[in-house]
Design a protein around this ligand. Structure first.
Ligand code: ZN
Length: 203
């Protein structure tokens, strides 16, 4: 397999290979960059059963999904390898701690006590000044998050297979977890405030 570098840049390619004795190589084979990776997401495997695709040794529960401009696809790796690949082990550790906190909050969000049943029989709850409702049909489970002051909200493009999946997705779209929506709400609130002053409202 040929490894191409830019002609004339004088740098040696920064590639891992099994010959380097670095944990027996990667499942992706030769020509895998060692550094310069970026984490694009994390997954919870439920148990520590996922074999790290970089070192092919560590079995991990929390998977860091890494991409690189010179690598097609992604590698699903453990925290230690992720830290090496992005050359900042503390960033990978911090990310994993944050992800565990997020999972805990998301599981708490799913538990029954916060949810009530609407007249139509759908689960809903009011949180962060938003109304969140999860409903079935068409073709699966949908959710809607609507900010109760501005009316700004969010609905998904496609349905989810289960009610719990729709609830999890709704959690990701709460303003506290979704800066884009948070900003749109804040902008609209500013606008409403200006309109109110313009209409002669007292400060
Ligand atoms: Zn590893």
């Amino acid at each position: 397999m040929a490894i191409e570098t830019k002609p004339g840049d004088g740098r040696k390619p920064d590639f891992a290979s099994p010959a380097m004795g670095d944990g027996g190589g990667t499942s992706a084979g030769l020509g895998v960059p060692h550094r310069g990776w970026t984490c694009v997401g994390m997954e919870d495997g439920g148990t520590a059963a996922h074999k790290c695709e970089m070192c092919c040794t560590a079995k991990v529960r929390y998977v860091h999904i890494m991409t690189h401009p010179d690598f097609v696809g992604s590698l699903r790796v453990g925290c230690i390898c992720a830290g090496r690949m992005e050359q900042e082990s503390s960033a990978a550790k911090r990310r994993e701690i944050k992800f565990k906190k997020y999972l805990k909050a998301c599981n708490k969000w799913l538990t029954a006590d916060g949810w009530r049943v609407s007249r139509k029989g759908n689960h809903y709850r009011n949180v962060d000044r938003c109304n969140v409702v999860v409903y079935p049909l068409p073709k699966g489970w949908w959710f809607r998050v609507v900010h109760r002051v501005t009316g700004i909200g969010w609905v998904p493009d496609a349905p989810y297979e289960t009610e719990d999946e729709a609830k999890r997705a709704a959690f990701d779209r709460l303003p506290r977890n979704f800066p884009e929506l948070d900003k749109r709400i804040a902008d609209r609130e500013d606008e409403l405030e200006l309109l109110w002053f313009a209409a002669g409202g007292e400060p």
